[in-house]
Design a protein around this ligand. Structure first.
Ligand code: ATP
Length: 328
């Protein structure tokens, strides 16, 4: 039987996302509820290697559920990718009497956690915190819903100026490998076209489609472009191409960038984070470790970290069809 867990550490790693603080709060308070000690680790795996720990009790996480970012800070650690770095991290955990580690982060952070577990047999648990929603084993990652709302708000504002000036706007949103943010916000923001990495529309068809919209009486247009779109051009080259091949529009570009990661988490993300923290800690206490917690069919479920890392999320084909019909 595995050793009883009496002390749990929590860290946030990789790109920050709204809801990470709510997840930290939930882990800390669930530990307190079960009389288990809890330790916060600063700057992800960097802090693990440096022993940058802080004891956390229920009161230490007051006033953070509504805050974006992460009070524990996040980092990308090169040293944790080395055996020596992970060895130091393990020694620090042992010195501090820590029996289990909850990692809030993306698939890179989970890969690190799994390697760590395989090397030292140290119990780990993952909470998916990334705005891209690119992790299998959960319908929603932490921060995805908030990022969608942030992007839709920005699209609405850009539309006001686009329609006042007969402009065509290309708006770049996050999503290097997946188009979940682009597809959802494109539909919600009433975009004429949505360009995502999973589908290559082709430049000619893009111009053809925008021309068709013009002929039906549209005087302004919004095209949402995921940053990893495979159409073969970056967003500024796309603008140039459309400028050269289409008349009558003043074409502009807006890259939303890091503002998509920030802001107060939505109600959905706060509730999700609270549920994930409870599930992560209680599963560990029940001896179930090396899983990622996730939302599947509205329930909290566990997915082996291995599967969560290897899998690739699929774009929702129904949403693609809806977006096609809506741009008629
Ligand atoms: P995001 O989705 O926001 O990019 P992420 O968790 O995928 O988040 P990464 O930068 O890929 O972010 O990974 C975070 C950290 O996890 C890395 O800086 C590194 O310390 C650790 N990590 C990633 N891959 C490995 C690996 N193969 N071995 C050991 N550690 C790793």
């Amino acid at each position: 039987m595995s050793k009883a867990i009496k002390k749990i550490a929590v860290l946030t790693s990789g790109g920050d996302s709204p809801g990470m603080n709510a997840a930290i709060r939930s882990v800390v308070r669930t530990c307190a509820y079960h009389n288990v000690d809890c330790v916060g680790v600063y700057r992800g795996y960097e802090g693990l290697i440096e022993g940058d720990f802080k004891n956390m009790d229920a009161r230490s996480v007051k006033g953070i559920i509504n805050k974006g970012g992460t009070i524990l800070k996040s980092a990308r650690s090169k040293e944790f990718r080395t055996k020596e770095g992970r060895q130091k991290a393990h020694e620090n955990l042992q010195k501090a009497g820590i029996d289990g580690l909850v990692v809030v982060g993306g698939d890179g952070s989970f890969t690190g956690a799994l390697i760590f577990n395989q090397e030292f047999g140290f119990p780990v648990m993952g909470i998916p915190g990334t705005i891209d929603n690119d992790i299998v084993g959960t319908s929603h990652t932490l921060g995805f819903d908030t990022a969608l709302n942030t992007v839709v708000d920005a699209i609405d504002k850009i539309r006001d100026t686009a329609s006042s000036h007969n402009r065509l706007f290309f708006i770049e949103v996050m999503g290097r490998d997946v188009g979940h943010i682009a597809l959802n916000t494109g539909i919600a923001g009433g975009a004429e076209e949505i360009l995502i990495p999973e589908e290559d529309l082709g430049l000619e068809r893009l111009v053809e489609s925008l021309n068709k919209s013009r002929k039906t009486g549209k005087t302004s247009s919004i095209v949402i472009v995921a940053e990893g779109d495979k159409i073969g051009k970056n967003i500024f080259e796309l603008k140039e191409y459309v400028d050269e091949n289409m008349e009558g529009y003043d074409v502009r570009v807006s890259v939303l960038g890091h503002m998509q990661r920030g802001g107060a988490p939505s109600c959905f993300d706060r509730v999700l984070a609270s549920r994930m923290g409870v599930k992560a800690v209680e599963s560990m206490l029940n001896g179930e470790t090396n899983y990622m917690v996730g939302l599947i069919n509205s329930k909290m479920e566990l997915t082996p970290l291995d599967n969560a890392i290897k899998g690739k999320t699929k774009i929702n084909l129904e949403l693609l069809r809806v977006s096609d019909i809506m741009s008629t």
